[in-house]
Design a binder for this molecule. Structure first.
Ligand SMILES: *Cc1c(COP(=O)(O)O)cnc(C)c1O
Length: 419
């Protein structure tokens, strides 16, 4: 795995030639810049559109046109069972059984729903540990959930901060915080990868510590899904939610993902909010009283499958299955390492705030420019390199291995050093 990197266009090109996944780039549409494909490093915000999406949507439109209600059973991909299309691909990525995952709603909605099951605070156990500076939607969700149960966010939410002068969260600080609150802790809820720093947390260690403290552990995997393969089942993670429009390329507003460990999915008495799509298929249409949850994560489904919000995800998952998440991760490690190598050579003052350890990060590097960050970002955009800027001075780059190449990464370096 240790490749000797070189800062040259010819080296980058030779890496692309050797890369068996390089061909997949041509399966995606790229935003156009002066008549050419842009270089796209924003897959951590919104993934690109697979070219196969147009035909896939057309298929559903035709089936609806021609079959109307019969499409539930007779469509090419019967709508009644549409969610089954995702079990195989998602279980491979998440490291769990097909029954432990499903696709429904959107991330924050799923977070609220699953909190109904896993955050049922009592007088003695009511606290939630989360990372300081979590993604705003998660902060709002937790704050309002705590208030809904009549608790005060000031005392019920415990935020873990980096040590003074540091930007990353140390695992031992997280574990110590769990230990410190072990008698009052209900839930540990963290983002698998911090959206800002790109830090990938130690999911098994933190999950085990939460369990030892008598609390649940849930993960927001928005920046992990389609980026790093996991072992959610073996790590005994209780639940996880993610969105499908970042690395998974499901398109804006695509239906989000839900994982629930089988020890809850197999327990019909485990509390939840129900709807007909979560009810046992055999009795769903009998219109009788008494909710009988389906086995697995599907027992948390509420409404009929949002087919048009899942079509693009299905098309994208087919490309993921072809590539294999482990092969993608292997390429991703190399590609991100190459980007890091080039940035470290650049004479411009810049700090990579993402962990140096490749096992503690995914495809993203966050660069802090003490000066000119905004101007550098503008220059990238003007030259057709799409990346993201956040105050103060942080450019986030996500060379997603499905459609980014070594040549793309080298091009970034060329523009960076041309200043
Ligand atoms: C992108 C992202 C979300 C988005 O939530 P939606 O409900 O899909 O809008 C939530 N949490 C994190 C950590 C994210 O990165």
């Amino acid at each position: 795995m240790t490749t000797k990197f070189e800062a040259s266009a010819s080296f980058a090109q030779s890496m692309d030639v050797l890369d068996p996944l390089h061909v997949l780039k041509s399966r995606f549409h790229f935003p156009q810049h002066q008549g050419k494909n842009s270089i796209y490093f924003c897959g951590n915000s919104l993934g690109l559109q697979p070219k196969s999406v147009t035909a896939a949507i057309q298929q559903e439109l035709s089936d609806w046109q021609e079959m109307a209600v019969e499409g539930y059973f007779r469509a090419k991909n019967p709508w009644l069972y549409y969610q089954y299309n995702f079990g195989k691909g998602l279980s491979a990525m998440m490291g769990c059984s097909e029954e432990e995952v499903t696709v429904m709603n959107t991330l924050t909605v799923n977070l609220h729903l699953i909190l109904q099951s896993f955050y049922r605070p009592a007088k003695e156990r009511f606290k939630i540990i989360m990372e300081a500076g979590a993604f705003p939607s998660d902060q709002y969700a937790i704050e309002t959930a705590v208030k809904l149960h009549g608790f005060d966010p000031e005392t019920a939410i415990v935020e873990v901060h980096p040590l003074a002068g540091e930007k990353l969260l140390r695992t031992e600080v997280i574990l110590q915080t769990i230990q410190d609150h072990k008698d009052t802790l209900a839930l540990v809820l963290m983002g698998g990868i911090n959206y800002y720093t790109g830090q990938f947390y130690d999911i098994p260690a933190i999950t085990a510590a939460a369990h030892k403290a008598g609390a649940y552990a849930g993960w927001d995997l928005a920046h992990v899904a389609g980026n790093i393969p996991l072992q959610l089942h073996n790590w005994a993670v209780d639940f996880a939610v993610w969105c499908s429009y970042k690395y998974l390329n499901g398109g804006p507003g695509a239906a989000g993902g839900l994982y629930v460990h089988e020890r809850f999915g197999n327990d019909p008495a485990f509390p939840r909010l129900g709807g007909w799509w979560g009810n046992d298929e055999k009795t769903r249409f009998k219109m009788e009283k008494g909710f009988v949850p389906r086995k697995g994560a599907a027992g948390w489904q509420i409404s009929t499958a949002q087919v048009f919000n899942m079509v693009a995800l299905k098309a994208s998952m087919e490309i993921f299955e072809e590539a294999g998440i482990h092969a993608l991760r292997e390429k991703s490690l190399q590609l991100t390492a190459y980007l890091e190598h080039l940035i470290r050579r650049s004479p411009l003052p810049c700090e990579i705030i993402t962990p140096e350890d490749p096992t503690q990060r995914g495809a993203q590097l966050s660069l802090f420019f003490p000066e000119n960050g905004k101007a550098i970002h503008a220059q990238m955009m003007e030259t057709g390199i799409i990346c993201d800027y956040r105050e103060p001075g942080v450019i986030r780059l996500a060379p997603a291995p499905l459609y980014c190449s070594y040549t793309d990464v080298f091009r970034f370096y060329e523009v960076l050093t041309s200043r």
